[in-house]
Design a protein around this ligand. Structure first.
Ligand SMILES: [Zn+2]
Length: 98
């Protein structure tokens, strides 16, 4: 029942190196053709008209996703520190076959 004032749209943008593309979220209804903007996750991005391939290949920015989800849920749950992201390498893949 709430009016969704916070609109956003997704757009694949190249990183500064130009090698990696990511699909970031931006504020607004749709891309109005501007050449640069700051994404939801706070990165200044150079924008260009993406091709279908860009859409297909660019992975969605996890930071933007998280921020948008947090906003949508609106519960104001404290942002969780990224402490537990230390994935443990498979040290003991010991296949104890005997
Ligand atoms: Zn992003």
């Amino acid at each position: 029942m709430e009016t969704t004032e916070r609109q956003h749209y997704w757009l694949p943008v190249p990183s500064r190196t130009g090698f990696q593309w990511h699909r970031h979220a931006f504020r607004g209804k749709h891309w109005d053709g501007r050449s640069a903007d700051t994404s939801v996750c706070g990165k200044p991005c150079a924008m260009a008209k993406p091709s279908e391939l860009d859409w297909f290949q660019a992975p969605t920015c996890p930071d933007c996703t998280e921020l948008l989800i947090t906003e949508q849920s609106g519960t104001g749950s404290a942002e969780q520190p990224d402490t537990g992201s230390a994935e443990q390498p498979d040290t003991g893949s010991a296949e104890g076959e005997r």
